[in-house]
Design a protein around this ligand. Structure first.
Ligand SMILES: Nc1ncnc2c1ncn2[C@@H]1O[C@H](COP(=O)(O)OP(=O)(O)OP(=O)(O)O)[C@@H](O)[C@H]1O
Length: 369
């Protein structure tokens, strides 16, 4: 449906160093799919969206939508609808006129325009401000108008830049659900930008994780969590973040022993490793190992930790423990009786360990992930 091939974006301004915002981006989005571009500030999400919409030129590469090469077309001819982070509403038009603008330009019958504007206004809860002007409404309302103006259109692709960034958490959760239903019901294809993992997981079928202008991994949330492509994705996805430790690799009994200082050691059986992972481990003296906080068991096991904090969040406990100067966080579904300063046991099972090379590439994923 949408194919990005070898996309590069370099911003050049006089007297300044060029900024390489997007690098060699390949990405294919299926028809009817909802995709999130997720990453920290400045990673190239908005640049990617603006190149697809046509508000920025590509420095290299090609973009095809439904078999049409669109990267050389002006924005209006791409059949792409975009809701902007900065809203960009027309100040002299009312909210109703802003939303109806594209439908009127497409010469839809008046009754159809009225029906569609009413329907989308109800969905994003702005019926009461349809006759107001943009300057007279709040930032959160302007954002919803911008969203309505994009979603009301007939387009092959919908691009939403931080579509709910300005909204209260409660309204955000409600709108998220409604927008997801609308997109699914109509089989709309959409890409939205966010730096909020919860939002990405709640709305998207697949998530494209970006960092430093590079696509790190494009996969479902389950895949990103269970089979992260590299250390960056492993530590970026998941709340609280994956526990990471430096470990030394030595051979033992046909397998490997991973030692974290003198405090922790894990035996990885050779039989459970694929050939590639075993070869890499044999040649790698130092690795990074990762374990999700949800996989640590508290109150049993041979890792002794000094409790740093124990927080009950209403539905789970977060227990932080210090082990020889290394912090481990465990997430437990129930309450845990452990006071700061107490020495308790954590169990970390070797099968739950993700193993990465010192350059961040993955060597082995945890079992069952
Ligand atoms: N018009 C421009 N001229 C020069 N540099 C730019 C321009 N637009 C973006 N950049 C730079 O390109 C890089 C990527 O920016 P981009 O806005 O795509 O990131 P982002 O991931 O969307 O960030 P945010 O979440 O903060 O919007 C940043 O370093 C940014 O400063």
């Amino acid at each position: 449906m949408l194919e990005l091939r070898g996309i590069d974006k370099v911003y050049r301004s006089r007297g300044k160093e060029p900024v390489h915002a997007v690098r060699a981006l390949d990405m294919a989005v299926e028809k009817g799919e909802i995709v999130a571009l997720l990453g920290s500030s400045g990673c190239g999400k908005t640049s990617t969206l603006r190149m697809i919409a046509g508000f920025e030129d590509v420095s290299a590469g090609s973009i095809a939508l439904g078999g049409r090469r669109i990267h050389e077309l002006p924005p209006a001819r791409r059949k792409v609808a975009m809701a902007f982070e900065g809203y960009s509403l027309y100040p002299p038009l009312t909210v109703r006129e802003n939303i109806a603008f594209a439908l009127k330009s497409a010469q839809l019958p008046r009754a159809e325009v009225t029906r569609r504007v009413g329907e989308i206004a109800r969905l994003v809860e702005i019926e009461d401000i349809l006759d107001s002007y943009p300057r007279a409404i709040s930032g959160g309302q302007q954002q919803r108008v911008s969203l309505a103006r994009a979603l009301v259109r007939d387009a092959d692709l919908y691009l939403l830049d931080e579509p709910m960034g300005q909204l209260e958490p409660q309204l955000r959760a409600v709108l998220r659900g409604r927008i997801k239903s609308l997109l699914a019901e109509r089989g709309m294809t959409a890409i939205f930008v966010t730096h909020d993992q919860t939002e990405a997981s709640a709305l998207a079928d697949r998530i494209a994780v970006m960092e430093g202008g590079l696509l790190q991994q494009f996969a479902s949330e389950k895949e990103l969590k269970g089979r992260p492509a590299n250390l960056f994705v492993a530590s970026f996805i998941g709340e609280p973040p994956m526990n990471l430790l430096d470990a030394e690799v030595t051979r033992s009994d046909g397998g490997f022993r991973l030692s974290v200082g003198t405090d922790m050691g894990f035996d990885i059986a050779g039989a459970g490793l694929d050939v590639e992972a075993a070869k890499t481990l044999a040649a790698t003296p130092q690795v990074r190992i990762g374990i999700r906080p949800q996989k640590i068991v508290v109150g049993t096991g041979d890792v002794r930790v000094k409790v740093v904090s124990n927080q009950w969040l209403g539905d789970q406990s977060h227990v932080a423990g210090d082990c020889g100067g290394r912090m481990l966080i465990a997430v437990i579904p129930g309450r845990v009786a452990a006071r700061p300063g107490e020495i308790i046991s954590f169990a970390l099972e070797p099968r739950h360990l993700h193993i990465f090379g010192s350059d961040g590439t993955y060597i082995r994923h945890a079992e069952g992930a």
